[in-house]
Design a protein. Structure first.
Length: 235
């Protein structure tokens, strides 16, 4: 039996890596391939001219640091977690963190401050979630999948029985589901699914799956890992 975490191992605090591995086998498999995209002249102009920037993911912060920070080193950057802020340590921009680690809290902060001139730096899979948000949206990285990674995932499920899984997005689940059902058509229904946010959780609940939501708005990843650890310890 094993725990599946669809989150990069190096992004999980060492404390939790050690603690989880004392109980069960832990498999880290993100079910995604993230790459920075080549921006158009118009997209670069949008970032350069924006008075406020928003970054909602760790990889988005990495892409900004590696490729985009010279385009705009003045605009405040609004983020939804301290971890994303820490990733931006090399930029000159002031960085502000939302009160909760979710899009709603971030949007509420912008509205409370009357900020409308804003550019959201997002991944391609997130476009639909930000369509109605104030400001402009620029896709700075792609979240994709390929046959090589699908083959690796298939070998993983053939060797291990998963009892609990931390799923970070609907696309992660869809890719996981496609591979799992090639091995066993119903095994995915027996898994406890831990999620970081409402959109992913609601997506899984609609499929009739057992979903465990975080029970706090700060340090969400740590909270979810703590819930997962306590469940596995008791069962």
């Amino acid at each position: 039996m094993a725990i599946l975490i669809t989150y990069p191992k190096n992004k999980v605090p060492v404390y939790w890596r050690i603690k989880l591995e004392q109980k069960d086998d832990v498999i880290y498999f993100p079910f995604r391939v993230l790459k920075a995209v080549k921006l158009s002249t118009a997209a670069k102009k949008e970032i350069k001219g924006s008075r406020n920037l928003v970054i909602t993911s760790l990889f988005g912060a990495q892409v900004f640091c590696d490729h985009l920070k010279k385009l705009n080193s003045r605009a405040p950057i609004y983020v939804l977690s301290e971890k994303i802020k820490d990733m931006l340590v090399t930029v000159n921009n002031p960085v502000e963190v939302a009160s909760g680690e979710n899009r709603a809290a971030l949007l509420a902060m912008l509205k409370d401050r009357g900020i409308t001139d804003v550019c959201w730096l997002i991944g391609n899979k997130a476009e639909k979630y930000y369509r109605d948000f104030i400001g402009e949206k620029v896709v700075i990285y792609s979240n994709s999948w390929d046959q090589v990674h699908e083959g690796r995932a298939l070998k993983l499920f053939m060797k291990q029985r998963i009892t609990s899984a931390l799923v970070t997005s609907p696309s992660n689940f869809d890719r996981m589901y496609k591979v799992m059902t090639r091995v066993d058509s119903i095994e995915y229904r027996r898994i406890n699914y831990y999620v970081l946010g409402k959109s992913t959780g609601n997506y899984l609940k609609e499929k009739g799956l057992k979903v465990i939501f975080p029970n706090c708005k700060e340090k969400v990843l740590e909270n979810v890992l703590d819930n997962l650890w306590h469940y596995e310890r008791e069962h």
